[in-house]
Design a protein around this ligand. Sequence first.
Ligand code: ASP
Length: 423
Amino acid sequence: MSQPATMAGHWVRRYFQIPLIWKFAVALVAGAIVGLIVGPPIAVIEPLGELFLRLLQMLVVPLVIVTLIAGASSISPVQLGRSGVKIFIYYIVTSAAAICIGIGLALLVTPGAGLDMPAADAEEPEEAPPIIDTLLGIVPENPFTAMVEGNILGIIFLAVIVGIALGVLRHSESERMRELGEHVRRLTDAGVQIMFMIIRGVLEYAPIGVFALIAVVLGETGTDALVPLASLTGVVYGGVALQIAFYTVLLLLIGASVRQFFGAAREPMMTAFVTRSSSGTLPVTTRAAQKLGIKEGVYGFSLPFGATINMDGTALYVGASTIFVSQVAGIDLSFGEILSVVLVGTLASIGTAGVPGAGLIMLSLAITQAGLPFAAVALVAGIDALLDMARTMCNVTGDLTGTRIVAKTEPGMLAEPEQQETS
Ligand code: ASP
C-alpha cells in the first residue's frame, strides 16, 4: 500500500478509537467558536449538518417498524398491554409535572418583567391540529401513505398490530403456525441488528454534523440572540435541569444506577441537543436503551411512542413561555387560566411531532387558549432554536427514563447492561 494511503488508514483508525462523547464535545465547542467568529458566511457548511439530520431521519421509519414488530411479538399480548398502559400514564404525568415546573419557575423569576410588547406584525404560526384529528390519524387509511408521510403514530399502530399477530402466531397451538412465526421473527431480528449496525456508522459521522449545526446556528444569530431573552432562556434551561433532577429521583426510587443510566443517555441527550428532533434522535435513544440492557419488548414500543407523544421539555417550555408572554403583555392570568394552560399544554404535546420547532406551534395554541396577544409569540420565536435544544434533550431523557422504569417493573424485560462503552 502507498505511504499516503497507510497514513490515511492510520488517522481513520485513530479517529474511531476516540470515544464518541469526546468527539461530540470537541465538535460542539469548536462549532460554537467557529460560528461566532465567522458569522453568517458559515452557512456554507450547512449541508454537512443537513446530511447528519437526513441520515438520522432516513432511519426513523424502518427502525420504528422493525423494532416495534420485533418488540410486540417478543412478549405475550397481555404483557404488551400492561407495559403500554404504564408508559402512557408515565408520559402524561411527567408532561404535566414539566409544565408545572415551567410555569412555577417563570412566575418566580418573572423573565418578562421590564420587556415591552413587540410590534403587532408577528408571523402567524401554523395552527395545531384538533385533538380528535390526531386521535383518528392513529389509524392510517393506507399503511404506505403513513410510511411515505412519516406518520409515526400511524406506523406505530400498524407495526404493533403486525407484532401482536406475529406474537399470537408464535404462541399458536399449531406447529406449522409456530414455525412460520419463528421464521418471520428471525427476519425481524435480523432487521433490528442491521439497523443498529447502520446507526453505529451514522454516529461516527455525527461529530462532523454537530460541528456544522452549531456553527451555523451561532453564526447566524450571534451572541445578540442570547441578550434580550436571556432570562427566559435561563428559566427554560433551569427548568430542564430540574426536570432531569426529577427523572434522577424516579430512577433512584426504582433502584436504578443513575451513573449507568446517564452514561448511556448522554449520547441521545447530546444528539437531541444539537439536532433539536426527538424523532430524529430515536435511533440513538434506541441504542442507549439497548446498552442499558432493556429488552425490545419494552423500548420497541415505548421509545417511538415517547418520541411522538411524550414531550416534557416542550411542555415545560410552553408553560414558561406562556407566563413570559403574559408578563410582557402586562396581563395577569388567573389560577383557572393557568390551569387551562397546563391542560392544553399537556394534551397538545400528544399531537406535536418530534421535529425542530414543533413546540412553537404548541406555544401558539396555548397563547390563543389563554387569550394572550399573539404578537408576543414573535419574541419567543427569536430564540426558539436555543430553547428547542434544551427542551428536545429533556424530551428524549424523559422517554428513556420511562422506558427504564417500565422495564424494571416488567418481568424479564431487563438484562445485564452492556459493558459501558465509551464510544
Ligand atoms: N424539537 C422538539 C422535539 O423534537 C419538539 C419541540 O419543538 O418542542 O422533541
